[in-house]
Ligand binder design. Sequence first.
Ligand code: SAH
Length: 441
Amino acid sequence: MKKNDYIDLTCTYLSTDAKGVCNKRDFCFYVDYLLPNEKANVIVEKINGKTVYARLMDIMEKSVDRIDSNCSSYMKCGSCKLLHLKYTKQLEFKKNNISLLFKNKGIKAIINDVIGMNNPFNYRNKVIASISLDNKKIVYGMYEENSHEVVYNKNCLIQNKLLNEILISIKEELDKLKIKPEGFGGVLRHIMLRVGIKTNEVLVVFVTNNDLFPGRNELVKALTKKHKEIKTIIQNTNPRITPIVFGNKDRILFGQGFINDELLSIKYKISHKSFYQVNPIQTEILYSKAINMAKLKETDTVLDCYSGIGTISLTISKKVKEVIGVEIVKEAVNDAINNAKINNIKNVRFILDDCKKFMNNYHSNIDCLFVDPPRSGLDREFINSVKRLKPKKIVYISCNPITQVDDIYQLLELYEIKEIQPVDLFPHTIHCENIVLLEKK
Ligand code: SAH
């Protein structure tokens, strides 16, 4: 077998990253977008020993679980790897993946069914679009997988509809004003949009590689005239060549530099650099579920590590004596302090620190510890501090169950798993949020 050979295969199961796995002639094939029981023709792309990565060319026999997708970027942008799978089956796939992680560690665990969305479309409240030029006209979208080619998509099925509309207007104005992207004689790199779904307020950021941004005044004028929902526009300058979108320098071109939103009846001011969950409908379910699982008491002291703009801390605050939120991004901590003020919440403190260092220096009682770390999970030092402080309960919320299960494994000498509840925050992608409740033995 060699690269570019065409082969007929039958898929037996889905790998944890949603590739169809097929065995043939001692080789194990991995094929994106192929489902179990499907017969297909594929082209060999890469051979690594007995492992072959192949691209789907034609499906001869379709699975009963396959649904047609009407996304123009399907199989190109690489974000929605499950768009062709019935939603109920996506939820089963995510539950099985989490089950497997616990099983592989030798941990016996019962996992609740994944809580899915009633309407799993247009849920993303944030867009980061890359910009390019095609036939002298602006195109925007995600980069193609493993490349820097922009996949133009005017109607992303998982993005908020208003943001899709505003992106079309931005494209029209950029074309009209002849504003060019970086690499095509211009300075524009990315466009970031965020919407508050309860308030319909929109924040727009233009990321440029230079402070000079010719045409910006006309652009701001045209956009704010056309879309009253746009409450603020920011220019962020990032001259460095880096995969990180934002640079250090911000200039507010319109409005106050933030938007408002509401989660579980608490008001939030959100700036562009702060982390804010991308699926607010499911976030309300996630937080409500996590808080219920914790069975908090009025006398409890709660520590909320990786607190972002304070959403978990502020939601818990009504139920407990006090909450301490710890977060490393200054803008997020400022947002969190402000959010406590505007909601008149007085029993919450926010601290700007690395959670690892904070925990190392902390010596008081914790009744319940909430952790919601980034994909990399908790580090060894943090876990050692948890073992020393021994909070009665730990609610571990994670967007990456792989690191979550590794971290939990290290706590099992002192803690037992009481409940595992996945919540689908990212329909059609392979990702899943997961809550695990641990109690001290
Ligand atoms: N709980 C929040 C935020 C979760 S995202 C919410 O649900 O909205 C994870 C957060 O951890 C981000 O805000 C990120 O800035 C922060 N973070 C990452 N590394 C950190 C560290 N070492 N110490 C403290 N906070 C950190």
